[in-house]
Design a protein around this ligand. Structure first.
Ligand SMILES: NC(=O)c1ccc[n+]([C@@H]2O[C@H](COP(=O)([O-])OP(=O)(O)OC[C@H]3O[C@@H](n4cnc5c(N)ncnc54)[C@H](O)[C@@H]3O)[C@@H](O)[C@H]2O)c1
Length: 342
């Protein structure tokens, strides 16, 4: 028997990625869909074989058949809809970011705990086959102690009339909250390190909207390593490189093109057999990197299955509110004060 899902907000990422991913899942099925736009709800009902389409999320929450909801509405709707779902006893997979602020996010977490429902967060990039492989390489100590890391994620996002992402009170911010959350989460999750302090610059240089189109931030990690996150809404997609890099005392991991919505890219691991003493020549050509090989899958299917299995086995969802709250704290620290202790 499959877990039955209600979808709240089914017009954007839900239709583009998560619902196609759910169709490949052996644990889950799409039972009901809701969107503020009736045409989007009807289209998804047809496309994904749902039984119910509605423009009222309360209708979804009132369905006894629905075990869990996936909330993929604009960020300003997250808190109200998550609270209603928790009170209705539905488990919640909530798209990133959890809420508009740390305060909102914490309230969502606490409400879910109070109501006894599970809360998952949409950091699906953790499930990318390459990211899982990178985590293993780091945990094995192949590149030694991590001293430096970087994640750069960009897209081209010009002024668009009526776009909620371009209004601070609707999206919570711009490039940093939209793209940066994945980078912050991945650097912490893959390295196993935690940010203790951050500093950075955020601004709007190319477009006319009020939110940031460019942000760069450095995290000081709990082992002293530095982690750079830089995100832009003003680099053309065809010029994007999206590097994800880890440097340690014994080597490096260089991933290119793994950040995104489809599994792909390349990852090269360079492990130095013996570092030795100081080399005044600083010669670099002695060790060849090894390209990692993995079997690609669908990150969204894996995300849905991981959450569904937590419900089925009554365990904590692997990507949950508590273990991603620091991401929201970092976002707020940079936006509100240009940095600070986390
Ligand atoms: N994890 C990822 O890969 C990923 C990618 C993109 C977006 N997101 C997140 O998903 C969420 C939605 O982003 P998007 O890009 O799909 O946005 P979008 O604007 O493309 O789509 C949002 C949908 O929600 C509907 N909507 C508007 N108000 C609503 C309401 N009050 N209740 C229900 N539905 C409503 C809209 O009609 C639209 O169909 C955001 O939290 C965003 O950060 C995640």
């Amino acid at each position: 028997m499959k877990l039955k899902w209600g979808i709240i907000g089914c017009g954007g990422i839900a239709d583009r990625r998560t619902l196609p991913g759910m169709m490949l899942s052996e644990t889950s099925e799409c039972y009901a869909v809701m969107d503020a736009n009736p045409a989007a709800a009807e289209a998804c009902k047809e496309k994904y074989g749902a039984k119910v389409a509605t423009t009222d999320y309360n209708e979804i929450l009132a369905l006894p058949e629905v075990d869990a909801v996936y909330i993929a509405s604009p960020v300003f709707c997250h808190k109200e809809q998550a609270f209603a779902a928790a009170k209705a006893g539905k488990h919640i997979l909530l798209e990133k970011p959890l809420g508009l602020t740390t305060e909102d996010s914490l309230e969502i977490i606490e409400e879910c705990e109070k109501c006894g429902v599970k809360l998952g967060v949409g950091f699906m990039m953790r499930f990318h086959a390459y990211h899982q492989a990178i985590k293993e390489v780091i945990a094995k100590g192949t590149i030694g102690d991590i001293v430096s890391m970087r994640a750069q994620f960009t897209c081209w996002y010009p002024d668009i009339e009526g776009a909620w992402r371009q209004v601070k009170k609707l999206g919570g911010g711009g490039a940093f909250v939209d793209l940066g959350v994945h980078c912050i989460d991945l650097l912490q999750y893959l390295s196993g390190l935690e940010a203790v302090e951050v500093t950075g610059f955020s601004g709007t240089q190319t477009f006319n909207y009020e939110v940031d189109d460019s942000t760069a931030m450095v995290m000081k990690m709990n082992n002293g390593a530095l982690g750079l996150v830089d995100v832009n809404f003003n680099i053309p997609d065809s010029a994007a490189n999206n590097p994800l890099e880890f440097y340690g005392t014994k080597g490096s991991i260089i991933a290119v093109g793994t950040l995104g919505q489809v599994e792909g890219g390349t990852v090269k691991v360079l492990a130095c057999p013996e570092v030795g003493g100081y080399d005044a020549q600083q010669s670099r050509s002695t060790v060849e990197p090894v390209e990692l090989k993995v079997d690609f899958g669908n990150m969204y299917t894996k995300e849905i299955d991981a959450f569904a299995n937590a419900i089925i086995n009554n365990t904590e969802p692997p990507v949950n509110g508590r273990n991603t709250l620091s991401v929201q704290k970092i976002i707020d620290a940079i936006y509100n004060n240009g940095g600070g202790k986390i």
